[in-house]
Design a protein around this ligand. Structure first.
Ligand SMILES: Cc1cc2nc3c(=O)[nH]c(=O)nc-3n(C[C@H](O)[C@H](O)[C@H](O)COP(=O)(O)OP(=O)(O)OC[C@H]3O[C@@H](n4cnc5c(N)ncnc54)[C@H](O)[C@@H]3O)c2cc1C
Length: 420
């Protein structure tokens, strides 16, 4: 990156004085005939994989193919929550690695991703749930991860405006707090990785839909796209909710169901919610955006779908949770709600690594948790592609794990404790 194209107070001052204009953040690359690595999907995961291939492994002859515009998928639709409060071996280390990468990401990318470590509080509404949270907190602390178990009085001091009344439907018993958890500005993540990958020579090709695969027996040697055939030494599938669409082109059926997940934002109000709060009586969580809107979400819609329009019954459930937890929410108007397609696996954990097809790599099945995983996914997928062997942090996430009886069932959450 040249001195002038780096973002800094110094470059703002120089441009201000000289009148020089800012360059585009990344080139509008045209597809070439072949690449060492072709990544399908210009979401957070595809872009992070491209960046770490170039930055960590010196592999720069890489293209990211995106059928729409970069960041038009779930990376720009999520509720921006990042945390590492996981319990199962494998998940604990992977998500903590991701949180550590988040902590240095703005400097690494020279792009402000607006990490806000405001802390996440998961609530318990009874002694059983509190025990589950204590066990999780102990696991986290044994792994060097920050966790604080809070009694009801501590919770009330931290977040006084929840419903603590004697007649409330779900009395608050206590909670588990992770101070380093928080939020990250999701669009900035896509833009930051895109700009940094482009600077290292990666071609980012927008409006380029992959419509088929080129094969030589069981080896994938390239892709057919809306902009012609592109040959690839290695191909990476990183298309979030559309993974099974693409593997169907290879007659390969993934154990994935696709569902809609909705999110909501209210009108802006003065800052009052300093943390991310997760309800313990259903899957519901809430934070306040920098603009003052209350951002919240719940469960997936309960049937398979590729529509990106939310269904009203889920809106009702989420509104019920909002008011049960924080009765004052009933006075706010919801400005927008939107949806994204989630690929759900049977055990709630993703699939990462090599596939039954030679030179084809899969990163899919992220359920509710793919945003917080973005840096670690890119890091580990890049290592796996460069070394043709799974990174130690993702060895438990192979797509063949059910055949081996090694399901990894954490329900993808850490948001909520009912299922565990
Ligand atoms: C409402 C909502 C809230 C969420 N909240 C959180 C949260 O708070 N925390 C968290 O950790 N996770 C959250 N998630 C999950 C998270 O957003 C996803 O798991 C993650 O973004 C998926 O990875 P990605 O960013 O690469 O996906 P995407 O951004 O969806 O990238 C995939 C890309 O592939 C492209 N593509 C698809 N098919 C093709 C094709 N044939 N050819 C070329 N390109 C193609 C798509 O256009 C898309 O841009 C949420 C998801 C939703 C929907």
């Amino acid at each position: 990156m040249s001195e002038l194209s780096r973002y800094s107070a110094w470059s703002i001052a120089r441009r201000g004085l000289s009148g020089a204009r800012w360059r585009r953040a990344w080139r509008a690359a045209e597809p070439r005939k072949s690449y060492d690595v072709v990544i399908i999907g210009g979401g957070g995961h595809g872009l992070a994989t491209a960046y770490y291939l170039a930055a960590n492994h010196g592999i720069t002859n890489v293209a990211v193919l995106e059928r729409g515009y970069l960041g038009s998928g779930n990376v720009g639709r999520n509720t921006t929550l990042v945390r590492s409060n996981y319990q199962l071996p494998g998940n604990t280390e992977f998500f903590e690695h991701s949180l550590k990468l988040w902590e240095g990401l703005s400097h690494e990318l020279n792009y402000n991703v607006m990490l806000s470590q405001r802390g996440q509080l998961v609530l318990a509404h009874g002694p059983g749930q509190f025990d589950v949270l204590a066990r999780k907190g102990n696991t986290m602390r044994l792994n060097g991860i920050d966790a604080e178990l809070l009694e009801r009085e501590d919770v009330q001091r931290l977040v006084p405006f929840l419903d603590y009344s004697s007649h409330c439907r779900f009395p608050i018993y206590g909670g588990l707090f992770q101070p380093r958890a928080g939020t990250v500005r999701h669009d900035a993540v896509a833009w930051g990785y895109a700009r940094a990958a482009d600077h290292l020579g990666v071609d980012l090709i927008e409006n380029c839909e992959v419509t088929g695969f080129v094969r030589d027996g069981d080896r994938v040697t390239g892709v057919e796209t809306s902009r012609g055939v592109i040959n690839a030494g290695r191909t990476v599938l990183s298309v979030a909710g559309h993974s099974s669409h693409l593997t169907r082109l290879l007659n390969w059926r993934l154990p994935i169901e696709s569902h809609l997940l909705q999110a909501f934002v209210t009108e802006s109000i003065k800052p009052f919610l300093d943390h991310v709060i997760s309800f313990g009586a259903d899957l519901y969580y809430i934070s306040q955006s920098d603009r003052g809107g209350m951002v919240f979400g719940g469960h997936i819609d309960g049937f398979n779908s590729y529509t990106q329009r939310g269904q009203l019954p889920k809106v009702q459930t989420v509104a019920e949770c909002a008011i049960a937890l924080m009765p004052g929410m009933s006075r706010l108007r919801v400005l927008r709600h939107w949806g994204g397609i989630q690929d759900m696996t049977p055990d709630g954990s993703p699939f990462m690594g090599r596939t039954p097809f030679r030179d084809l790599y899969l990163n899919a099945g992220w359920c509710y948790q793919g945003f917080k995983a973005t840096p670690a996914t890119g890091w580990c997928m890049a290592h796996t592609i460069a070394h043709e062997e799974e990174h130690p942090l993702i060895r438990h996430l192979g797509v063949d794990r059910f055949e081996r009886g090694n399901g990894h069932d954490e329900y993808g959450l850490g948001l909520w404790t009912y299922k565990q």
